[in-house]
Every structure is written in structure tokens, then in C-alpha cells.
Write a protein that binds this ligand. Structure first.
Ligand code: PAF
Length: 273
């Protein structure tokens, strides 16, 4: 696997001429990332993974400094699955960028308690896309709101790039894979699967209760486990507005803190599930 560290490295090698399938990451790679990379191999061209912990998307009280940094093992994992290229820029990559203002949908769900987060995400994605010029970019649907925002941003500013969203990969006990899971203590890790269990409980009980009853009951259940809810609800999967009735494609989404660690998860309902 060839590793590139600077913008010029990428440009001088004219990588994009081969057709690039990009998997943008902040490292600490887990099976969720690896599944995106495996999927990208089904597309023509080469796979390039970017690893950059983007300071612009962390708020002042968030975990930028504690965010797991595991670059050596990340590179080993990428080599093991025959990734073609990695782009691993230095910290100054995020300096002097024009801040992109994310549209109003960014103020909902995760944006409510993380002001500026999605501005930071779009700013770095804008930069990474303009350096790499991929044909496709792959994102996990765990970060559902991020996916919608990047997809819409790309339609407007990089119409040549196709955004592909792929299903959440879970641990055996249902916990959605996330780099943040590594920050949980043993005891916190034990209660974390309750988050997904509650989403499934809402899905399975959607004919028995109203949405507000479901949200109330499952919020209480989570709180009993000392899981602090940031939001939990049922939303339209395109505009992320709260819905009053379950409809085809409704998004059931949650963000919650266990100790200091903020986790998110979601399921999209359809007629079949
Ligand atoms: O999902 C992530 O890992 C990050 O938000 C992303 C898309 C790589 C931007 O920094």
C-alpha cells in the first residue's frame, strides 16, 4: 500500500486519473470501516483511505485530545486487506480552510448539542474531496445525519462524486461499531448494548403504542441504566423532522452518553422489518 502525506504527493502522482474510491476516516479503524473498504473494491478504480482526526468537528468540551490515535495498527489493517492507497496528512491540513456553513438540517439531532460540528465535517470533506477527486466516496449510516449532509453538499458542489451509504456494522451484542467504544470502561461497555436494544424495542412495539409513549418508555429504560439521553425519537429520514406516525422509511435515532462517552445509533424502518 502506498502512503501519501501531502496534497502535492497526491496531485503529482495524478492518482485521480485511475478512478479513486475514497473511504474518509478519522482512523482507529474497525470492522465498520473495513466493510466500507471491502465494498469500495466492487467499484472500478483504486481504493484510497484517508485518515485525519479533524479538529474542526470537535467542540471545546469534546474528546479531540482523547480521540483514539492508532495509526500503526490502522496501517497494518489496511495492508492486510490490500487497500491500494492511504492519505494521512499532518495536523496543518485543517489550517487556513474556508469554513463551510452547513445548511439548517445540521441544527437538528446531533447538531443541537454540537454547534458547529457539521460545519467542521463539511469543511474537511470539501478539502479532502478537492485533493483526492474521487469517483465514489463511502460512508457508514451510523452517522446518518452526516451522511445526508455530505450527500446533499456533494450533489451541489461535487456532482461528479457518488456518495454511497452502507449499513451499520454491529458487535455480536448489537452495539454499533464506533471508535468511541474503545473509550468505554468495562462496566460502561456492558450497558452500552441497551442503546440498540431500545431501538429494536421501539420497532417491535410500534403498533402497540404512540410514538411519544414509545419514546417516553424507552427513555426511562435507558435512564435506569444510567444512560443519559441527548435525543431519542422518530424522524423523517430525509428532512430529519420529527414524525407523528410511523411511516415507510422512518428513522429511529438516538444519541446518548454513557459516562463521558457519547454514542449514536439508528435504525431505518421499512415495510419488511
Ligand atoms: O465519520 C467520520 O469519521 C468523520 O466525520 C469524517 C467523515 C471522516 C470527516 O472527518
Amino acid at each position: 500500500m502506498k502512503i501519501f502525506e501531502t496534497e502535492n504527493d497526491i496531485k503529482n502522482n495524478c492518482l485521480h486519473a485511475q478512478g479513486l474510491n475514497l473511504v474518509p476516516t478519522m482512523g482507529n479503524l474497525h470492522e465498520g470501516h473495513l466493510s466500507l473498504i471491502e465494498e469500495s473494491k466492487n467499484y472500478d478504480g483504486k481504493t484510497i483511505v484517508s485518515i485525519f482526526i479533524n479538529p474542526l468537528q470537535f467542540g471545546p468540551n469534546e474528546d479531540f485530545r482523547n480521540y483514539p490515535r492508532t495509526i500503526i495498527s490502522d496501517i497494518k489493517k489496511l495492508e492486510k486487506i490490500d487497500c491500494d492507497y492511504a492519505f494521512i496528512p499532518q495536523d496543518d491540513f485543517a489550517k487556513k480552510l474556508n469554513l463551510i456553513k452547513a445548511p439548517s438540517i445540521s441544527k437538528k439531532l446531533c447538531g443541537k448539542n454540537r454547534p458547529g460540528h457539521f460545519d467542521g465535517v463539511l469543511t474537511i470533506i470539501n478539502k479532502i474531496f478537492s485533493v483526492i477527486l474521487p469517483t465514489h466516496a463511502f460512508f457508514g449510516l451510523k452517522d446518518y445525519q452526516q451522511f445526508i449532509l455530505i450527500r446533499e453538499f456533494t450533489k451541489n458542489y461535487f456532482p461528479g462524486i457518488k456518495i454511497i451509504g452502507l449499513p451499520i456494522i454491529r458487535e455480536k451484542d448489537g452495539l454499533a461499531m464506533s471508535s468511541r467504544n474503545n473509550l468505554l470502561t468495562k462496566d460502561e461497555r456492558k450497558i452500552a448494548p441497551n442503546i440498540y436494544e431500545n431501538l429494536i424495542w421501539i420497532k417491535n412495539n410500534r403498533k402497540k403504542f404512540t410514538i411519544s409513549e414509545l419514546v417516553k418508555i424507552s427513555s426511562e429504560k435507558l435512564e435506569r441504566h444510567n444512560i443519559q439521553i441527548d435525543y431519542l425519537g422518530v424522524f423523517d429520514k430525509e428532512n430529519l423532522k420529527k414524525v407523528k406516525n410511523f411511516e415507510e422509511g422512518a428513522l429511529v435515532a438516538v444519541a446518548a452518553k454513557i459516562g463521558k462517552v457519547r454514542l449514536i445509533d439508528n435504525i431505518v424502518l421499512n415495510n419488511k422489518n
